[in-house]
Write a protein that binds this ligand. Structure first.
Ligand code: ATP
Length: 239
């Protein structure tokens, strides 16, 4: 992994009113990479993703998608430029069917284009094909997580931001979701993953950034980070 730079965040500062969630974060993600952002609760990981995807406006700093400056643009504009964000705890719309939920992510695709996009998602998540006409609210927690990821990738994004996709899942489902993420990356999807589960996160990632109180305090190859217990225990608690 490691083509051209797809996402470049420099000196990002962002927050909520008087609360500064992120004071100075710089990071890059190259085409085909799976990059993990690690850090304890409140370190600012989700805030970085929100500021990158346009859910909140950065106070300062720059967000580039390729060479395209999208700093402060609206989330729908950023989505159309090829960035998909699955926020923490995102659920599908429970009263819509699996297929209807997927169609929401397919922008304006219709006809043969829509069918081929749906087939692409169903090939990756066969369980969603079996449940295409079932209401999303009746899916298991793990299936709902697959559906929200499916809804993000059906738009064929250049880069996918995933915020704690394993949160609240049973251990069996956690490894299933990580297998899926690994499969996406193996097929060339570029991913920026926020993960509380450090061991799993470093197992699937190529590189990682460690955040603490709104700053980057460590970065490196996933193997390098996994072999640095001092870094992990000082910033991430037990690890
Ligand atoms: P977690 O794993 O707990 O989600 P995180 O690393 O993603 O942690 P953030 O959610 O980015 O951390 O939070 C960074 C800081 O911003 C924290 O101090 C948090 O309390 C604050 N914060 C996050 N969301 C909001 C919000 N909607 N309103 C006010 N403050 C917020």
């Amino acid at each position: 992994a490691g083509g051209e730079i797809l996402l470049s965040v420099s000196n990002l500062r962002a927050g909520y009113g008087r609360i500064i969630g992120v004071s100075d974060v710089s990071l890059t993600v190259r085409a085909g990479e799976l990059v993990a952002m690690l850090g304890s609760n409140g370190a600012g990981k989700s805030t970085v993703l929100r500021a990158v995807s346009g859910m909140i406006k950065p106070l300062s700093g720059r967000v580039l998608l390729g060479s395209d400056d999208v700093t402060g643009r609206r989330s729908d504009v950023i989505a159309r430029r090829g960035l998909a964000h699955v926020p923490e705890g995102r659920r599908p719309l429970p009263r819509l069917t699996v297929r209807e939920n997927l169609e929401l992510g397919a922008f304006r695709a219709r006809g043969a284009d829509l069918r081929s996009r749906l087939d692409g998602v169903y090939d990756r998540f066969p369980r969603l094909r079996d449940r295409a006409d079932q209401k999303a609210g009746t899916l298991s927690g793990g299936e709902q997580q697959m559906l929200v990821i499916g809804r993000a990738i059906i738009g064929r994004p250049k880069i996918l931001l995933l915020d704690e996709p394993s949160l609240g899942l049973s251990p069996l489902l956690v490894s299933e979701v990580f297998d899926l993420i690994r499969g996406l990356a193996a097929d060339g999807m570029t991913v920026l993953l926020v993960e509380q589960n450090i061991v799993q996160g470093l197992k699937v990632a190529d590189r990682g950034y460690v955040l603490s109180t709104g700053r980057v305090v460590g970065e490196g190859g996933a193997d390098e980070l996994a072999a640095d217990p001092a870094l992990l225990t000082s910033y991430l608690g037990s690890g």
